[in-house]
Design a protein around this ligand. Structure first.
Ligand SMILES: Cc1cc2nc3c(=O)[nH]c(=O)nc-3n(C[C@H](O)[C@H](O)[C@H](O)COP(=O)(O)OP(=O)(O)OC[C@H]3O[C@@H](n4cnc5c(N)ncnc54)[C@H](O)[C@@H]3O)c2cc1C
Length: 450
């Protein structure tokens, strides 16, 4: 009999448990999670905005889900792993011996050391309890300050606006989504936020958070004080690796080190999700992914392999899509900034057009940017912003990157068309043609030099 123990019942851990059971029906699987409630953290900003009615709509009993798949569910906190004796210990003192182990402990919100972070009314958004507390706080709030222009910060800025609260966003650098998008795409996001009432302070550090009677009332910057009844830190998350590190499991760029099978440096110990380092498909380098999509795929691979399957994890492109007010924005692979940092010479193809045939009522603007490696002509990145249809295009372009598509492959894309949904000239094809023209110019210029 094979005993699999999984630590963490989020996207990675629960997926691992279910896939392991499907792979090996005889395996005895135990999932240990701190909380009894199962939910997707991705849904939390939309409950706070009021678009999803209440936290009950997004939460389920983890024990019930496990019961359906004959997985033993233990609600407790794992306090130690002994990789020599192959046993994990939980807070209540019980011990769980294992044949294979999967660590899926997720991430922890990162909060820069700032005076005043312990005041009531200062939050991060990582868990359902955070959402619950923010929802209660919202009833009396008039002014919100969001610190950090990452995806969670942006979604929360929109959520506060939708609740009728004035929002000031404080961004340390010159653009929001600085790590995900090139500046012109960040600018489109910023314009959309500002059009909808979000005030953004760029290049502004936070000096201190002030309060009265133990509750926040202002955020102090070098340019003055911003009134705040609620403050949200949206400055990212760090892998939750303490348990693994204490057990002697190798931790790399911040996350647990795994091979293509999602196995750690210790035999029979696997890891998946936000707590691991992932490899970029384009550069082959380690990076943090911290996406639900990555957690699910890594959980699948770890779960199957931990009970005798053989599946490999192919790496990440960090495809991402966000909807902010009336704008959808998506990205995959490398931005131009990323490529330059890697020393890759690029050719860029751009196209602007409409989301439907341009004569069709309701056709809206859309902009696309394709980033190609100038030396081998392969697609290495893409960004799209528009009113609708962004996610499907990003998925297609991610597939193209993963399968080494070149400029000419995208120029020959066999696409579909009908006026109410698509324009007759596909924007991916137009952007690829634009890159092709630039590449020919690049080749001509080189020829003339010799
Ligand atoms: C607000 C928000 C919005 C997001 N939106 C998106 C989105 O739109 N798209 C997207 O792709 N991604 C999104 N993400 C990221 C995505 O939610 C995460 O990448 C994903 O949840 C990671 O899954 P995980 O299983 O690795 O970690 P988690 O879901 O965090 O699960 C880890 C689990 O392990 C448990 N645990 C930790 N330590 C122990 C221990 N010692 N003992 C027992 N249990 C333990 C925790 O309690 C938790 O239940 C969002 C994240 C947040 C916070």
């Amino acid at each position: 009999m094979h005993d699999l123990v999984i630590i963490g019942g989020g996207g990675a851990g629960l997926t691992a448990a279910i896939k392991a059971k499907k792979t090996n029906m005889d395996a005895r699987i135990t999932l240990i999670n701190k909380e009894s409630v199962s939910y997707s953290p991705c849904s939390l900003p939309f409950v706070i905005s009021g678009e999803i009615e209440g936290l009950d709509r997004i939460s389920h009993d983890l024990r019930e889900i496990c019961k359906e798949d004959e997985i033993t569910c233990v609600i407790d906190t794992v306090t130690s792993i002994d990789v020599k004796k192959k046993v994990v210990k939980v807070g209540s003192g019980r011990e769980f011996p294992y044949t294979s182990l999967i660590i899926a402990t997720g991430s922890l919100p990162s909060i820069p050391p700032t005076q005043g972070i312990d005041l009531k009314g200062v939050y991060t958004l990582q868990w359902i309890e955070d959402a619950q507390a923010i929802l209660e706080e919202l009833r009396a709030a008039k002014n919100a300050v969001v610190i950090g222009g990452g995806s969670v910060g942006l979604e929360m800025a929109e959520a506060f606006i939708k609740r009728g609260i004035k929002v000031t966003m404080i961004q340390r650098s010159g653009h929001v989504l600085r790590r995900s998008l090139d500046p012109e795409f960040s600018k489109m996001v910023e314009d959309e936020l500002m059009r909808n009432g979000v005030e953004i302070l760029f290049n502004t550090p936070v000096k201190e958070i002030r309060g009265e009677g133990g509750h926040v009332n202002a955020v102090v910057t070098p340019n003055g004080e911003i009134p705040a009844d609620i403050v949200l830190f949206g400055v990212g998350a760090v892998p939750n690796v303490e348990l693994a590190r204490n057990a002697g499991i190798k931790v790399d760029e911040g996350g647990i080190d795994t091979d293509d099978l999602m196995q750690t440096n210790i035999d029979d110990v696997y890891a998946a999700g936000d707590c691991v380092d992932s490899m970029s498909i384009v550069t082959g380098k380690l990076m943090l992914s911290q996406l639900g999509t990555t957690a699910i795929r890594q959980g699948t691979v770890a779960g199957m392999n931990a009970v005798g399957g053989y599946v490999t994890f192919e790496g990440v492109l960090n495809s991402m899509v966000l909807k902010l007010f009336d704008l959808e924005v998506g990205r995959t692979g490398l931005t131009v900034k990323d490529a330059e940092a890697e020393g890759i010479k690029v050719v860029i193809g751009t196209a602007v057009g409409k989301t439907k045939a341009e004569y069709f009522p309701g056709a809206k603007d859309v902009k696309i940017k394709l980033v190609f490696n100038a030396l081998n002509r392969r697609l290495i990145g893409a960004q799209i912003a528009g009113a609708e249809g962004v996610a499907g295009k990003i998925d297609l372009l991610a597939f193209a990157i993963a399968n080494n598509a070149e400029i000419v492959d995208l120029m020959k894309l066999k696409y579909c068309y009908t006026p109410p949904i698509t324009p007759s000239h596909n924007l991916i094809v137009l952007a690829a043609e634009n890159a092709f023209k630039k590449l020919r110019r690049f080749i001509e210029v080189r020829k003339r030099r010799f």
